[in-house]
Design a protein around this ligand. Sequence first.
Ligand SMILES: Cc1cc2nc3c(=O)[nH]c(=O)nc-3n(C[C@H](O)[C@H](O)[C@H](O)COP(=O)(O)O)c2cc1C
Length: 337
Amino acid sequence: MYTLIKSLLFYLDPEVSHHLSLKILKLTHSLKLIRYKNLLSSQTIKLCGLTFPNQIGLAAGFDKNGDYIDALASFGFGFIEVGTVTLKPQLGNAKPRIFRLKQDNAIINRLGFNNKGCDYLIERLKKTKFKGILGINIGKGHTTTLNSASDEYVELFTKLFPYASYITINISSPNTKDLRELQHGNLLSSLLKKLKQTQTTLNQQYNKYVPLVVKISPDLSSTELTHIADIFLQEKIDAVIATNTTIGREGVTDALALETGGLSGKPLNKNSTSVIKQLNKLLANKIPIIASGGILNPQDALEKINAGASLVQIYTGLVYSGPRLIAQLVKHFEEAI
Ligand SMILES: Cc1cc2nc3c(=O)[nH]c(=O)nc-3n(C[C@H](O)[C@H](O)[C@H](O)COP(=O)(O)O)c2cc1C
């Protein structure tokens, strides 16, 4: 069924087909034409004080504004991450800005955090019926300077705290100028210190623990990873998502490789898994890892778990394989236990 839908959707511009398919999904869901899939793993996963019904999550960027949470939840995800959301609405980069590299099972995007802003997201979150694990991914605005970025993250963290199961600090998108600078040295440690202080205050205020998760880039050197891991351990962050998209083009054969932006999907897999392996050693089981990057089939997902990840997230795999991928991954994990 998805093969047929995909061949129709792939005729359209990727961004148009993304929004169209989500709108159709939402409509069919509201008309109760989609049956809710309850993919409960026989061994639920406890992580950061949260209980995940299965290990498969939706990666950030698929539903940036929280418009489709209930409909997407019907696919049976163990958790859903919305965003990246910024403090104020922003349009993102000029179109076209998403490219399908079909022969490589990959996507290049240079969206640049197009989103309707955190106030809009909050209104959506107030209306959702979803009771599962909901992550909110936050990022700095495109005109925000590096010096004022931490204040903006703190403000976003504070506003979104009541609605989140966990909050992801996105400092790894390649499409917002200078954003990745926040992954290094004093900028990283002072950002995380401020956020941890905010988290402690809010935990007491709301009597609720909201884990602080950081999403990192696959383009970090081994030395940079060592420094980052030290800071993560020092600041006691709750989990790491490894990884975001890459600016590299290794393993890409499609002519669209020349497009600027972050590459996701199959060609990202190896590099992203290598980051997980290195992090797993450096973090020595003290901070859990959530895998994201090039999971297109059950074998890919299992490799991430074997490399040290506790959970996985998918995005490009969902575009190429459709929602049945979620059930396939859950089933494969069950068999592998
Ligand atoms: C079109 C598109 C938009 C994305 N937007 C975001 C985003 O807003 N925030 C974020 O943290 N990651 C974003 N990502 C990265 C994904 O969440 C994921 O980390 C990455 O694509 C690697 O996973 P994949 O190979 O399964 O797609 C986006 C990816 C794509 C393809």
